[in-house]
Design a protein around this ligand. Structure first.
Ligand code: HMG
Ligand code: MG
Length: 296
């Protein structure tokens, strides 16, 4: 099994989309560049969604225009529809992500349609991206629990994951959107998903609302997953998931992975320093235990 773990840094998207104070494109690009310099190779720059729905993600094209590209760096963005794909292609992103959920109620609140309608909408977008040589990630939110529909059957998650792969998605990120899952529950989701989805095409996306994210990551590691989403300074939340707190902090994830003997190529101290600057700008205290302990 691989001794390398890949981190998908989602703070500038999943984090900032939930901040009440908008952060300008110049600042977002500066943070992106600093995170890339710290060694993170997959970073979400933002999303091309309706600014009426998520105003914080406006100007993602300007963020991307100011990114210093380098070999090995993947600039990633979420898109919900053709308009988003057109904007992402114009911005010359390396990867796009489409996003749906294992709960119809959540999908309706998030992107104003059912799961089935979302997949129908994604089909031509994924095909066009594949034809353009752009990798596509498929996000599945609410894999354990939905803030509107409650507990989700693991079989629903497997069904959506299979349908996303059939559309042509390269990999799937399983999101515990409201951060309530515990390791045994993550295990039950993986029991349902792993028979039909190769483990190397899966990522775990854990929010840390109940402080269980690291334990869940460890469970994912034990089941063979090697790609994990996290957010610098534990930024995060979802505008359509009331009660969801931040993502697992990248600083905490790095500390765990290094301790488990996995290489990441990322400079933990540098990420801590960027997290500090972000927290100062947003006038908040970092939730990352590792950043607090290291006092970089
Ligand atoms: P709608 O209102 O049904 O769509 O929204 P519409 O086609 O009627 O468009 C409404 C307006 O938005 C129109 O403008 C469109 O032009 C514009 P108007 O004519 O009124 O002036 N518009 C756009 N503008 C820019 N870029 C676009 C775009 N599309 C439409 N791409 C829609 C449907 C999907 C657009 C809307 O619901 C939306 O943008 N939702 C975004 C929701 C979102 O970003 N959620 C957060 C990300 S998901 C997440 O955080 C979970 C995750 O982290 C994993 C986890 O934790 O579980 C990934
Ligand atoms: Mg999220």
């Amino acid at each position: 099994m691989s001794d390398h773990a890949e981190i998908v840094e989602v703070g500038l998207r999943d984090g900032l989309q939930n901040e009440s104070i908008p952060v300008d494109a110049t600042t977002r690009a500066r943070w992106f560049n600093a995170l890339a310099e710290a060694g993170l190779n997959r970073i979400e720059a933002g999303s091309f969604v309706s600014p009426k729905w998520v105003p914080q993600m406006a100007d993602t094209d300007q963020v991307i225009a100011s990114i210093r590209r380098r070999s090995g760096l993947s600039i990633e963005a979420l898109i919900p529809n053709q308009k988003g794909l057109d904007a992402a292609l114009a911005a010359n992103v390396d990867r796009i992500a489409v996003f749906t959920a294992a709960s119809d109620a959540f999908t309706q609140k998030n992107i104003n349609c059912t799961i089935t309608a979302s997949l129908e909408r994604f089909a031509p977008l994924v095909e066009a991206a594949n034809n353009a040589g752009i990798h596509v990630r498929g996000y599945i939110s609410t894999v354990l629990d939905c803030p509107y529909a409650g507990r989700i059957a693991p079989g629903n998650v497997a069904d959506v994951a299979e349908r996303l792969l059939e559309l042509g998605c390269n990999d799937i990120s399983l999101g515990d959107t409201i951060g309530v899952a515990r390791p045994r529950e993550i295990d039950s989701v993986l029991d349902a998903v792993l028979p039909s989805i190769p483990v190397e095409r899966l990522a775990l996306h854990c929010h840390d609302t109940y402080g269980q994210a690291l334990a869940n990551i460890l469970q994912g590691l034990n089941r063979g997953i090697r790609t994990f989403d996290s957010a610098v300074a534990g930024l995060g939340g979802c505008p359509y998931a009331p009660g969801a707190s931040g993502n697992l902090a990248t600083e905490d994830l790095l500390y765990l992975l290094e301790g488990q003997g996995l290489s990441t190529g990322v400079d933990l101290q540098a990420v801590c320093r960027i997290g500090n600057e972000i927290c100062e700008t947003l006038n908040r205290r970092t939730p990352s235990k590792v950043a607090q302990a290291m006092q970089c």
